[in-house]
Design a protein around this ligand. Structure first.
Ligand code: SF4
Ligand code: SF4
Length: 172
């Protein structure tokens, strides 16, 4: 008699491109770090263009994270309060899909999509390894809970006062 080993989970057996829509969606840990405003150090911008949205980053430029979150984010659950209308209500809202996975560099190092794209697997605190619950992620300090201000409550002209390093943290 031979023992049948359990099949590996989909995130180990499939590439990001091969996943079903449901599998793809379930990868999101719900950390909400992607709902934070980010700023690129760019020598070419002036006062007028400084806060214009961009979709690319040039070699040598650095992306800085702030603790300023989108006004539609529920800061307790870390969920979007208008998920179905988000791209209409917030045109800059980054919706990562299998078709634009190359934009994953905009995501923080702990983002599951970025981790899998970079071959780093799923971290121990990920909700998929905790019956879908986010408590291990919050406990590990990997979500934005308790660390943010809303963009509706601050003057974005002073974004430099809100630059933080914690969104770059990652724990295996
Ligand atoms: S950073 Fe990545 S894993 Fe976290 S909420 Fe955004 S898309 Fe999901
Ligand atoms: S619209 Fe929703 S998903 Fe998009 S950045 Fe705002 S809170 Fe996050």
């Amino acid at each position: 008699m031979s023992l049948i080993k359990d099949a590996p989970p989909f995130w180990q057996s499939k590439t990001l491109e091969q996943m079903t829509r449901q599998e793809w969606e379930s990868l999101c840990d719900g950390c909400a770090k992607c709902c934070l405003h980010k700023f690129i150090d760019d020598e070419e911008t002036d006062d007028e263009s400084e806060l214009m949205p961009t979709t690319y980053i040039k070699e040598g430029e650095q992306m800085n994270y702030s603790n300023i979150a989108c006004h539609l984010l529920n800061d307790k659950t870390c969920q979007c309060s208008q998920y179905s209308k988000r791209t209409t209500l917030v045109p800059d809202c980054v919706q990562l899909t299998q078709d634009n996975i190359d934009s994953v560099f905009f995501m923080p190092p702990s983002c599951t999509y970025r981790r899998l794209k970079e071959g780093r697997g799923i971290p121990s605190w990920h909700p998929l390894l905790h019956k879908g619950k986010k408590s291990a992620m919050h406990k590990a300090g990997m979500s934005v809970r308790g660390k943010i201000v809303k963009d509706s409550d601050v003057d974005l002209d002073y974004f430099e006062d809100y630059i933080v390093l914690w969104p770059l943290d990652d724990i295996d």
